[in-house]
Design a protein around this ligand. Structure first.
Ligand code: F6P
Length: 414
């Protein structure tokens, strides 16, 4: 192992999760222990946008108790971004600027926390720095509620969102059957191209309070088939709960809100369409078709910031991911993302595994087709076996005056 002395830069990128700051805590608390190697610990404001703009915080000036509180604070405390780096062969302006900032502040450790797009960014930066001959150890720290990163058993952030989604589905189930009249509820869940989060509603079925129908983006969505399914259940039970992913697409590749909005859908810098609105559109269609009372419920941001319902297992693993990234980088590793490998056997146990950034970048992991029933409208027991261990253990979040105690960072600019 060769010792590399210098400063560390950490950034958060993409959509937040309720436990993303636990990874930040893991990075900061561990890095600050190694002052013989890592002289300064910086947190980029809004991911690489902050680095490009030379806007970052001196984490060494934070109160250690507040860094600890990050474990229980939702949203990205440093601020996030959705910023796509150009193909370096076509335009290397941003890369040259990053290198300039890295040299100026002697950044020798770069840790980037995010999902698919962010790992692509991390990979591109890593390769550029290598090619430039600038010694810097680069590590990806995984996070995404979508759970779609390649190579890892699961992603930090997923379990807490899944726990909230399953819990809320159970609560909605009870509320949606109080009247002696009929009721249909459509619950819309995030997860752009992968149905892991929507599948989490299946956990509620284990407690007798789950949806009747579950539609994931892994299977083309047929509105007429859905109407037939819903009508059949409604005629029999007078109550129907439908869980649907925001990412379901018709066989022509259209998202549900596009059926009514046409081209009027905003797109981010990665070319992803801003989703949301599926439940309302489907509720409207079902109301017309059945004449029933119908509610469309979009779980929206609540599912990714519900820290009060986080899984402590997820919090601990998110912290571990950040902490391990620092340890491995100090040991001399670079160009990897931290992943989790589940040990075989009945008892839940995960070991850390290192996945080359090249393998992770831009590869999406979907729900296996054989975890979805043949009709494409429900999820099998396999998913329950997979997800149940991940949502175990309750958050140790502090409550003050009946409300959660979140971290309060000074955010001293460098
Ligand atoms: O980060 C993943 C995610 O939460 C997706 O599930 C969702 O489609 C997307 O982010 C929403 O992104 P934004 O908050 O940028 O609209």
């Amino acid at each position: 192992m060769t010792t590399l002395k210098g400063n560390l830069m950490f950034g958060q990128s993409g959509g937040p999760t309720s436990v993303i700051n636990a990874s930040a805590a893991g990075v900061f608390i561990e890095a600050l222990k190694h002052s013989d190697v890592i002289e300064k610990v910086y947190g980029a404001a809004n991911g690489i946008v902050g680095i490009l703009n030379e806007k970052f915080y001196d984490i060494g000036q934070e109160d250690p108790e507040e860094l600890e509180m990050l474990k229980y604070t939702p949203s990205s405390s440093l601020g996030s971004c959705r910023y796509k780096l150009a193909d370096v062969n076509k335009d290397d302006t941003d890369y040259q600027r990053l290198l300039e900032v890295f040299r100026k502040y002697n950044i020798r450790y770069f840790l980037y926390n995010g999902g698919n797009d962010s790992m692509d960014t991390c990979n591109k930066i890593s390769k550029f720095l290598q090619k430039s001959g600038y010694e810097c150890r680069v590590m990806g720290v995984p996070k995404t509620i979508d759970n779609d990163l390649f190579g890892t058993d699961h992603c930090p952030g997923f379990a807490s969102a899944a726990k909230y989604i399953a819990t809320t589905t159970m609560e909605v189930f009870l509320d949606a059957r109080v009247y002696d009249t009929g009721m249909i509820c459509v619950i819309e869940i995030m997860g752009r191209h992968a149905g892991w989060l929507t599948a989490a509603t299946r956990l509620a079925c284990e407690k007798g309070c789950g949806p009747d129908l579950i539609y994931l983006p892994e299977v083309p969505f047929d509105i007429n088939e859905m109407i037939t399914d819903v009508t059949r259940i409604y005629e029999k039970n007078k109550k129907v709960i439908i869980a649907v992913s925001e990412g379901v697409q018709t066989k022509d590749g259209l998202f549900i809100p596009e059926l009514v909005a046409g081209d009027d859908v905003s797109v981010d810098s990665f070319g992803h369409k801003q989703l949301g609105g599926t439940a309302v559109v489907l509720a409207d269609i079902l109301k017309k078709e059945t004449g029933a009372k119908v509610r469309g419920i979009e779980l929206s941001l609540m599912q990714r910031c519900a820290s009060h319902c986080a899984s402590q297992t997820d919090i601990d693993e998110s912290f571990l991911a950040g902490q391990t990234a620092v340890i491995k980088a100090i040991e001399g590793l670079t160009d990897y993302m931290i992943g989790f490998e589940r040990a075989p056997g009945k008892e839940y146990k995960c070991d850390i595994e290192l996945i080359p950034l090249n393998d992770v970048a831009n590869t999406e992991k979907k729900v296996p087709r054989d975890w979805i029933n043949a009709a494409g409208n429900f999820v099998t027991e396999d998913f329950v076996d997979y997800a149940l261990p991940l949502i175990q253990n309750e958050t140790k979040q502090q409550i003050v005056d009946g409300l959660p105690r979140f971290a309060n960072l000074k955010k001293v600019l460098v």
